[in-house]
Design a protein around this ligand. Sequence first.
Ligand SMILES: Cc1cc2nc3c(=O)[nH]c(=O)nc-3n(C[C@H](O)[C@H](O)[C@H](O)COP(=O)(O)OP(=O)(O)OC[C@H]3O[C@@H](n4cnc5c(N)ncnc54)[C@H](O)[C@@H]3O)c2cc1C
Length: 529
Amino acid sequence: MSDSSAKAQTRDRRPLYDLLIIGAGINGAGFARDAAGRGLSVALCEKDDLAQGTSSRSGKLIHGGLRYLEYYEFRLVREALKERSVMLKKAPHIIWPMRFVLPHSPEQRPAWLVRAGLFLYDHLGGKEDLLPGSRGLDLRTCPEGEAIKDEYPRGFEYADCWVDDSRLVVLNALDAARLGARIFTRTACTKATRLADRWEVELTDTESGKITTLAARAVINAAGPWVDKVLKGAFDQGGKDRVKLVKGSHIVLPKRYATANSYLLQNDDKRVIFVNPYEGDKLLVGTTDIVYEGDPDKVAIDQEEIDYLLGVVNRYFKTPYTQDDILTSFSGIRPLFDDSQDNPSAVTRDYVFDVSAANGKAPLLSVFGGKITTYRKLAEHGLEKLAPYFPEMGKTWNETVPLPGGDMPSADFEVFLKGLKRDYPWLEEATITRYARLYGTIARWILGEAKCHEDLGEHLGADLYAVEARYLVEHEWARSAADILERRTKLYLVMSDEEVKRVEAWVAREIDASRGVKAAVGADSMATS
Ligand SMILES: Cc1cc2nc3c(=O)[nH]c(=O)nc-3n(C[C@H](O)[C@H](O)[C@H](O)COP(=O)(O)OP(=O)(O)OC[C@H]3O[C@@H](n4cnc5c(N)ncnc54)[C@H](O)[C@@H]3O)c2cc1C
């Protein structure tokens, strides 16, 4: 905390932060890490769990966005492609390259247009781009064509990256905390009042209802789909909504083709959907684009979306899928900056900031729009806007600094995985790979000196043992089975209802026990900030 903050703190006894960030999706977590690394004292509050909003419900791609070229979003695509290379080095455990096969459907787009788009896509990322360029494919003869109907003999292939979106949020929060930020989950910002030189903010514990107040020199509203709601509610500001809420849904299907590539499928309405290998033997299929006017907390897939997604898949794949094949689904809300476009697919995917202040003090920065891919640049640009209010703030710092677990020698995931397998030869191949992917180098810390399964503690179901679950509760803010099984791992896809209940009971016991320890040593979360 800067000197002036420290003085203010002694004056009114309330914790005074340089920056309060509302919302721990990717943007809030990215801001927290960046700002804490620049020496600001930061508090990040999230009404639910980390990434429980849109940032765990995305298409999970770190991509330039090939289709955005059709809407002339060159700035966004260039920035996103450059970030693709940056992110691949920062977090090689949760981000990896994937090849996308695009069966050519001449009724949708002529071949020359696709080729021109791919040429631009290959070059907009600049010389630093680490991924191979695009190429044409003969789907009648290449293995990637086997699953595709004979009426699509030609295709194209290009590269982009996969990301575990919710873990990206958690890793940013982890690093922010390492750099001194305070992270408050299940804590909603319910009121914010601008004083002469700071904000007075009311935070409500969403489980107990307990209200705490703190003060902050600046506030960032990174509440994603809730950004306007927060402005109207907590900040009591009127005015027109600035985000357009656009629902997107995904379905999970069993994977029935042998190759490792994804498919990008064009539909009659000129939209494209992705079919991506997911969690080993599954496919993640999405997404839809539907203007949404309901409550973002209650978003869910509807029958029309299911029919739409299955329709596109079945148009291209030889072996058809039916609704009975759907293993699960999820929906999210894109908080897009409202640029008055009627077509939800055409609304800009770029981000916009709004900054207001009173007499050059107590700024409020609100974020509209943004992508998982560009969160790091979004945070850098946002902090540039706040720089005049924080002359002591450090410079940009994190482009080459790995995220937690990403500090692998030569950033080579395969070499790291090989070493981990060598050191824990008794762990099943799938489990050790899962640890390496989720936790990177932190996996060694979690597994420690374990020499056999018994050393991992109580078996909670699938390949989850107490040692991993305890790490997630103690270090990654997990407080429920869903936090562990849906956002920090994807074990909900393979666990039975009974196993999920076992995890829920285990987490409740663990949290009770840690509350007991905290009470015994007199610790109190927010008051000690
Ligand atoms: C279907 C779909 C597919 C997508 N695919 C991709 C993709 O492949 N690649 C890509 O780069 N991007 C993708 N995106 C875009 C990307 O997911 C979003 O832009 C991004 O996740 C938004 O992050 P955020 O932090 O702004 O919002 P969120 O993740 O929603 O975070 C906002 C947080 O604020 C919290 N909050 C709200 N009100 C309060 C309050 N009063 N107090 C405290 N906390 C509060 C919420 O609980 C929430 O967790 C996709 C989006 C969708 C919907």
